[in-house]
Ligand binder design. Structure first.
Ligand SMILES: Cc1cc2nc3c(=O)[nH]c(=O)nc-3n(C[C@H](O)[C@H](O)[C@H](O)COP(=O)(O)OP(=O)(O)OC[C@H]3O[C@@H](n4cnc5c(N)ncnc54)[C@H](O)[C@@H]3O)c2cc1C
Length: 278
C-alpha cells in the first residue's frame, strides 16, 4: 500500500449558495517500489501529457485526479466538492496528517507539437488545463498558447495570480480567455462554447499548425472535438495530446485478436498492428 499523507489543505473557492467549493490538497510523495506498488511513481507523473493520480477512496474505488502541481517532495490535487460526491466528499473530509492510498497512472497520450495551442477547460477542468498551458509555454514549440476557461461566474474561478504571472512572463505568447455562462463580465465572453466562439477565440497564424486540448467531462470533450472539426480542425490530427496507438494494448496488458476485442472503435474493423503483438 502506498500510503500518501496529507500535509496541507488550501481553499481556492469558498462554498456559497450559488457555487461549489474548490480546494487544493498537498500530499507528501510516498516511497515507490515498482515490485510492490501498482501504477507509476508519483514523481514520474507527466502533467504535460495528462497523466493522473489515482486516489483510492476507502470502501469505494480509485478515482482519477489531475496533479495540479508536482514538486520534489510533494504534489497537489485540486478538486471541486460535489453535493453527495463520494470521492470529492472523502477528499474534503481529510484532515492534515490523514493518509490514503494513491498511485500515478499514465494517460497513454503523446505530445503532438504545433506552433499554436488552444486549450479549452470546462470548470474544474482547469486543473489539467492550466498546468498543460504552463508546460506548453515552457517547452517553447508553440508561438502562441490560448487558454479558454468556461465557468459559471467569475466567483467560480481561481488561480488568478498564477494566470497573471504567466501573462507577465509570456506577453504576446499567452492569452487567457474567459467565458461565463451565468454572468456578464467586462472582457469576458458570455454564454456557452459554440463553434463560432472557438473560431473567434482561436486564431492561429497557420491553421495547419494548430493543436487543441479540451478538458471536462467525456461528453464535453466529445462535443468540443466535434465543434473543432466543424470549424476545420479534424481530430486527432489537430489534437495536442492524442492517444498513443499502443495505449489500448498497454491497458489490456496483452495482445488480443480483433474478434476478442470489445473496443471496436479502436480496431476500426482492422486487424491490430503486428508490432503490438506479444
Ligand atoms: C482523467 C480525469 C481527471 C480528473 N481530474 C479531476 C481534478 O483534477 N479535479 C476534480 O475535481 N475532478 C477531477 N476529475 C473528476 C473526478 O475523478 C470525480 O469524478 C469527481 O471528483 C466527482 O466524483 P465524486 O465521487 O465526488 O462524485 P459522484 O459521487 O460521482 O457524483 C456526485 C454528484 O456530483 C455530480 N458530478 C460529478 N462529477 C461532476 C462533474 N464533473 N460536473 C458536474 N457534476 C458532477 C454527479 O452528477 C452527482 O450528482 C477527473 C476525472 C478524470 C476522468
Amino acid at each position: 500500500m502506498t500510503q500518501t499523507k496529507l500535509i496541507k489543505k488550501t481553499t481556492l473557492v469558498s462554498a456559497a449558495a450559488t457555487r461549489l467549493p474548490v480546494h487544493t490538497l498537498t500530499f507528501a510523495i510516498p516511497r515507490f517500489d515498482p515490485s510492490v506498488h501498482r501504477g507509476k511513481s508519483h514523481s514520474e507523473v507527466a502533467i504535460d501529457k495528462g497523466d493522473v493520480v489515482k486516489m483510492v477512496i476507502p470502501g469505494y474505488k480509485p478515482k482519477s485526479y489531475s496533479m495540479s502541481a508536482l514538486r520534489e517532495q510533494e504534489f497537489d490535487v485540486t478538486f471541486k466538492v460535489y453535493p453527495n460526491g463520494r470521492a470529492s466528499g472523502f477528499l474534503d473530509s481529510m484532515k492534515v496528517g490523514d493518509e490514503l492510498e494513491s498511485f500515478g497512472k499514465s494517460s497513454g497520450r503523446h505530445h503532438n507539437p504545433g506552433s499554436f495551442v488552444g486549450i479549452v477547460s470546462y470548470g474544474v477542468g482547469i486543473t489539467e488545463g492550466l498546468p498543460v498551458t504552463k508546460a506548453e509555454l515552457e517547452k517553447g514549440d508553440a508561438e502562441k498558447v490560448v487558454l479558454l476557461w468556461a465557468s459559471r461566474t467569475m466567483g467560480d474561478t481561481f488561480w488568478h495570480e498564477e494566470i497573471k504571472a504567466l501573462q507577465n512572463e509570456y506577453p504576446g505568447r499567452f492569452e487567457m480567455v474567459h467565458i461565463l455562462s451565468r454572468e456578464e463580465h467586462q472582457g469576458c465572453f458570455h454564454g456557452h462554447i459554440t463553434p463560432k466562439l472557438l473560431d473567434q477565440a482561436f486564431q492561429p497564424a497557420d491553421r495547419g499548425q494548430a493543436r487543441f486540448l479540451s478538458v471536462g467531462t467525456k461528453d464535453m470533450m466529445r462535443i468540443t472535438n466535434r465543434m473543432l472539426e466543424e470549424i476545420g480542425y479534424p481530430m486527432p490530427e489537430h489534437a495536442l495530446l492524442p492517444k498513443s496507438r499502443s495505449s489500448h494494448h498497454q491497458r489490456h496488458g496483452k495482445h488480443h485478436s480483433r474478434t476478442s476485442c470489445k473496443d471496436r472503435k479502436h480496431h476500426k474493423g482492422r486487424e491490430c498492428d503486428k508490432k503490438h503483438r506479444r
